[in-house]
Design a protein around this ligand. Structure first.
Ligand code: NDP
Length: 313
């Protein structure tokens, strides 16, 4: 018979590992399934400068290794598994993984994070890793002295465009309307950077060249006139926001219209008793490592109290 865990954590970003540290120290012997991107989004960033306690900054992947080591130090079992099905209809909850493992757990902490959005162009997926990217900090290095395009008008787009100027000879920022959504400081940095040229009212409608197996051009459309034109390009970076990784829980957990899990205000509890959510899968607003870590801590404390209530302690 499968052992029943006290708590099972899905996801290995700051929220998941912080929940694990707290749950392990509360003697809840947590198991954590890392998902497909162990360490989460911070493993595809470069330096993290705003996480308190690291005055000199820390590389994202190193920080996540440290989170993991701290969770394991207190006995968390960390498994490189991806949850494929979750049955929350009765307790203990049942989770099966893509590799066919089955887990039963009295409580669940969902910290599955969010993933970058793509435009949905047919060629975009085919050229991913061949000039199309959603992570400038991961791939910028490959574009030394090249011409790249960034799509988006938010903080991410401005940040990525600025970052890319370290390598690229020219960075075009394609903004679909006539204004940026980014914060004032990020806008200023992008607009003042001599290597960045903003293309207002511009959408990217195609990316070439699948036959050449690399990006060598784009089709741009003026969103006002509808006129299309082709331009040479070496890279296409997407920075148009994120979507929460919550597909697995659709129809069971309460979500907003974008798929972010809705928790009880000020808490990590979801609408299913015993299921808690933390980090970017339930937060479209702050989306910071520190806020994700904080909500992971909240989830673990709520799990502890939930189990105490259940067992009448
Ligand atoms: P946002 O949702 O803020 O911005 C998305 C941008 O992409 C918008 O300009 C939007 O256009 C545009 N966009 C969306 N879909 C398309 C599309 N199909 N085609 C073309 N353009 C599109 O996402 P971000 O990732 O930039 O930021 C998310 C959150 O993270 C924000 O709260 C932000 O402040 C924060 N953040 C903070 C940073 C920092 O402070 N250093 C760095 C990065 C993010 P439109 O405006 O027309 O809707």
């Amino acid at each position: 018979m499968t052992e029943v865990l006290k708590t099972l954590i899905l996801g290995s970003g700051p929220a998941g590992y912080t929940a694990a540290i707290y749950a392990a120290r509360a003697n809840l012997a947590p198991t954590l399934l890392t998902g497909r991107q162990p360490g989460g989004q911070l493993t595809i960033t470069s330096e993290v400068e705003n996480y308190p306690g690291f005055p000199e900054g820390v590389m994202g992947p190193e920080m996540m290794e440290r989170f993991k080591a701290q969770a394991e130090r207190f006995g968390t079992v960390v498994l490189d598994e991806f949850a494929a099905t979750v049955d929350m209809s009765k307790r203990p909850f049942t989770v099966t993984t893509e590799n066919g493992m089955t887990f039963k757990s009295e409580t669940l902490i969902i910290s599955t994070g969010a993933s970058a959005l793509y435009l949905g162009l047919p060629n975009e997926k085919l050229l991913q890793g061949r000039g199309v990217s959603a992570c400038a900090t991961c791939d910028g290095f490959f574009f030394k002295n090249k011409v790249v395009y960034v799509v988006g008008g938010g903080d991410s787009a401005c940040e990525e465009a600025n970052f890319l100027t370290k390598y690229a000879s020219k960075v075009y920022l394609c903004v679909r309307r006539d204004a940026l959504r980014a914060s004032k400081i990020m806008q200023d940095r992008a607009l003042k950077n001599p290597k960045i040229e903003v293309l207002w009212n511009t959408a990217v409608t195609d990316v070439f060249d699948v036959k050449a197996n690399k990006v060598n051009g784009l089709e741009l459309q003026d969103t006002k006139s509808g006129v299309k034109r082709k331009v040479p390009a070496d890279g296409l970076f997407l920075a148009i926001g994120h979507q929460p990784n919550t597909e697995l829980f659709r129809g069971v957990l309460k979500m907003d219209d974008k798929g972010y899990i809705q928790t009880v205000p000020g808490k990590a509890a979801t609408n299913v008793p015993g299921v808690f959510a933390a980090g970017d899968c339930q937060d479209s607003y702050y989306r910071q490592a520190i806020t994700a870590a904080g909500s992971g801590c909240m989830a673990a404390i709520e799990v502890e109290r939930f189990l105490e209530d259940q067992h009448g302690k």
